[in-house]
Design a protein around this ligand. Structure first.
Ligand SMILES: Cc1cc2nc3c(=O)[nH]c(=O)nc-3n(C[C@H](O)[C@H](O)[C@H](O)COP(=O)(O)OP(=O)(O)OC[C@H]3O[C@@H](n4cnc5c(N)ncnc54)[C@H](O)[C@@H]3O)c2cc1C
Length: 446
């Protein structure tokens, strides 16, 4: 089939956001009689799930301190649950296990989950938290934990499998997905609207563009001639001038090559995803030396797709100037941004700190490249907004794998139905000071 020179809707990026938008847009167009999936072209310079989506842990949770994030996640969890088989979704639940410094934050999350009808159990107090955990994992031994939030929905999905399921759904609706097409720029008309997407395979004229470029968000931002720095008003009214729009963070993940069945619950069931934040001193599982006496956090789950116990730790900010950061080659192909021995030592020691079954297991760590970078906005939360009249930018600061539902809401907006759930994520929030509240979590995105 010849490379098209026109598509009504061009979607750039075959990660979760691009594919979800394409699939749901196809459904919206069909339902409204305005068109069909045949009007939609998805292009990706590599292929399906070649970006952050394909290396993500795949954790799906509601646990966010920010009310707008929680409400958005309720919607997305519903989309995951709508077709668990195609989405390779495991609704095993999710646990946020926290120290005293986070107890009040998490208590407010639990209260608000009740208000919005999201099922969870909240346990408070050192002894009750310990007992609750031991009822699930007999070998639980983490120190200094004073609350447990156990979300009964959510869990994880197998990262690439889910995306092939989503791509198939889109293709079944007539969407065309073409791999190996690099977008190099845009042509705009006198009103500023994008009229042509320039690619290395030729120009594609279009009526509307959607960009779901994950860690490449900054490159597209520049192609659209949007500002490199912006003014940000804090919630207290303080104005910060010339804040860089984009900053990169390195995400740390890996796999302990044990039989995933080792992490069954006491009842022999598949366990919830475990996320532990702690301020207890963390000691090496190798030689007993102190690794850190600062707050730390890890998450983990048994995952047959990764072939072991897979998870990660808090990311770190990349101090290199954003203009100098090499996003390509991406992910496990990157010479600069894969995890190092320090991560392995810390993460496996933290696993052993939490559960006795992981003591002495560091030799099973899978020594293959893992981790990758993310492109973050000034407040580390996504921007979902229309720029240049007809260009929907989905710029997500690494919350995105779980956000399967965002594409559905974006598709509805493209078809004229504004979403209250997306409203708190507009670009104007930086100038207006409508920022999301900041929690005491060691993670920038919680
Ligand atoms: C190590 C790691 C672990 C993570 N774990 C989780 C998790 O457990 N849960 C969670 O919710 N989120 C997680 N995230 C975040 C999540 O993966 C991202 O937020 C999400 O995948 C972003 O999806 P996307 O579709 O916007 O981008 P991507 O999946 O990165 O897709 C962008 C696509 O754009 C293509 N592209 C780039 N430039 C061009 C161009 N010029 N022309 C054409 N195509 C182009 C790329 O090839 C790529 O396929 C994790 C991220 C990382 C890095």
């Amino acid at each position: 089939m010849a490379f098209p020179d026109f598509a009504k809707y061009v979607v750039v990026g075959a990660g979760i956001h691009g594919l979800s938008t394409a699939y749901h847009l196809a459904l919206e167009l069909k339902a409204s009689g305005k068109g069909s999936g045949a009007d939609i072209l998805v292009v990706d310079k590599s292929g399906i799930a070649a970006g952050a989506t394909g290396i993500a842990c795949g954790v799906i949770r509601n646990n966010y301190f920010q009310p707008a994030m929680r409400e958005l996640m309720v919607h997305s969890v519903g989309v995951w649950e709508s077709d668990p088989e195609a989405y390779s979704y495991h609704g095993v639940g999710y646990m946020q296990i926290s120290p005293e410094s986070m107890r009040e934050d998490v208590a407010s999350i639990a209260r608000q989950q009740k208000d919005i009808g999201y099922e969870s159990v909240f346990i408070e107090g050192r002894e009750d938290s310990d007992q609750y955990m031991k009822n699930i994992f007999h070998d639980w031994q983490a120190q200094g934990i004073t609350s447990v939030l156990h979300e009964k929905r959510g869990g994880f999905a197998n990262n690439t499998k889910a995306m092939y399921g989503l791509a198939t759904k889109a293709e079944n609706e007539g969407v065309r997905i073409i791999s190996g097409v690099t977008v190099n720029g845009f042509q705009r008309d006198s009103s500023g609207a994008v009229v042509v997407v320039e690619t290395d395979r030729g120009n594609v004229a279009c009526d509307y563009v959607v960009i779901g470029a994950g860690p490449w968000a900054k490159q597209f931002w520049e192609m659209l001639e949007l500002p490199k720095t912006i003014d940000v008003q804090s919630s207290s009214g303080e104005l910060h001038r010339d804040v860089p729009m984009w900053v990169y963070w390195s995400l740390q993940e890996g796999t302990l090559g044990l039989d995933p069945n080792v992490q069954k619950t006491n009842a022999g069931a598949s366990p919830p995803v475990v996320h532990v934040d702690s301020d207890a001193p963390l000691y090496s599982c190798v030689d007993g030396s102190l690794i850190t006496d600062k707050p730390w956090g890890i998450y983990y789950k048994p995952d047959f797709h990764f072939g072991g116990i897979q998870g990660g730790a808090a990311p770190f900010k990349i101090e290199t100037h954003p203009d100098e950061v090499q996003v390509d080659p991406y992910g496990v192909e990157s010479p600069d941004f894969i995890v190092d021995d320090h991560f392995v030592h810390m993460w496996v020691s933290a696993l052993a700190h939490c559960q006795k079954r992981f003591e002495g297991s560091i030799g099973h760590y899978k020594n293959e490249p893992s981790g990758g970078i993310g492109c973050f906005t000034p407040d580390s939360f996504p921007v979902f907004d229309v720029f240049c009249e007809n260009c929907y930018v989905i710029a997500d600061s690494n919350h995105g794998y779980k956000m399967l539902g965002v594409g559905q809401l974006v598709a509805q907006e493209i078809c004229g139905n504004t979403s209250d759930l997306l409203e708190p994520f507009r670009f104007s929030r930086y100038a207006q000071g409508n920022l999301h509240p900041v929690s005491n979590s060691p993670f920038p995105w919680s």
